[in-house]
Write a protein that binds this ligand. Structure first.
Ligand code: C2E
Ligand code: CA
Ligand code: CA
Ligand code: CA
Length: 275
């Protein structure tokens, strides 16, 4: 039994080491990808049923690997978070997304852009100043940019985070709460924060119609706070119809489009404008 135990230990140890080595290799590759410009935003439309058009697009990070093809966020965002590379990933996505929005504007396409922001980015004392610089460089109106934050981030007591949030709000940048309804919500804090938009998590939307009561309650709460409501994860006409009928202002999900590269998004936007 003893020998077996030792063997087991050795096997376990080796697996651990391999995982660590794999992680280090991935990180080295990711640093190189950042330098080479292989980390870029895909875009997914946010459709407004009222206006019957795409009013905004969410930028979602993709790693375009020369050999492995498109690598999804699940395979590099968590490790970037862990190792501090998320600041660089977030920054390059923000920069490219804002630049793309402005290129579209020059071509007569009017669309806002939303970008995901991690807690680590907001812990950087110069975050707000960096965002301001990016907007100014591109000549982008602050109201055309929305930052998507998760609920837990709003509960952060960190002073640097609070200051950054205050500064970006003062600049006129919009704030959205992402994945709403999945975590522990501090409604008082949410109300205080005066967010502009709440994105109802796709797990809630996809639980319809079983959890209709809950989603209606969430929508009622959002309406009370007078925020714009986005329903995430819309995959079927029935879900789209339900969300629209129950007062969601914007709909996002595979039913409208998967996240696509900028060129494909541009075609969608042009088609959408009826040109
Ligand atoms: P998220 O911000 O909640 O983004 C929505 C995710 O749901 C995206 O996955 C999107 O492709 C997927 N999705 C959209 N519509 C549907 C649908 O109808 N059905 C289903 N099943 N899924 C749908 P993606 O692109 O793989 O991104 C995953 C997560 O990675 C994001 O979740 C976000 O938390 C994170 N992420 C992506 N890009 C960035 C970034 O630039 N910075 C940071 N900090 N996080 C990012
Ligand atoms: Ca998001
Ligand atoms: Ca989300
Ligand atoms: Ca998320």
């Amino acid at each position: 039994a003893k020998a077996g135990g030792r063997n087991q230990y050795r096997v376990f140890d080796e697996t651990m080491r391999n995982r660590r080595e794999e992680e280090l290799e991935l990180l080295a590759d990711l640093r190189e990808a950042l330098r080479a410009g292989h980390i870029l935003p895909y875009f997914q439309p946010r459709f407004a049923p009222g206006a019957q058009r795409i009013v905004a697009v969410e930028a979602l990070a993709r790693w375009i690997h020369p050999e492995r093809g498109v690598i999804m966020p699940a395979d590099f965002i968590p490790i970037s978070e862990k190792c501090g590379l998320i600041n660089q990933v977030g920054l390059t996505i923000l920069e490219q997304a804002v630049r793309q929005r402005c290129a579209w504007e020059r071509r007569g396409i009017d669309v806002s852009v939303s970008v995901n922001v991690s807690l680590r980015q907001l812990c950087e004392p110069d975050f707000a100043a960096t965002v301001q610089r990016i907007l100014e460089t591109c000549g982008c109106a602050p109201a055309r940019l929305e930052l998507e934050l998760t609920e837990t981030l709003l509960l952060e007591e960190n002073l640097v985070v609070a200051r950054n949030l205050e500064k970006v709000r003062l600049l006129g940048i919009r704030i959205a709460i992402d994945d709403f309804g999945t975590g522990y919500s501090n409604l008082a804090r949410l109300n205080e924060m005066a967010v502009d938009c709440i994105k109802i998590d796709r797990s809630l939307i996809q639980g319809l119609p079983r959890n209709e009561e809950i989603v209606r309650l969430v929508i009622a709460m959002c309406s009370f706070m007078q925020v714009s409501i986005v329903a995430e994860g819309i995959e079927t006409p029935a879900m789209a119809e339900w969300a629209q009928r129950h007062g969601c202002h914007e709909l996002q999900g595979y039913y409208f489009s998967r996240p696509v590269a900028a060129a494909a998004m541009e075609n969608l936007l042009l088609g959408d404008a009826g040109r």
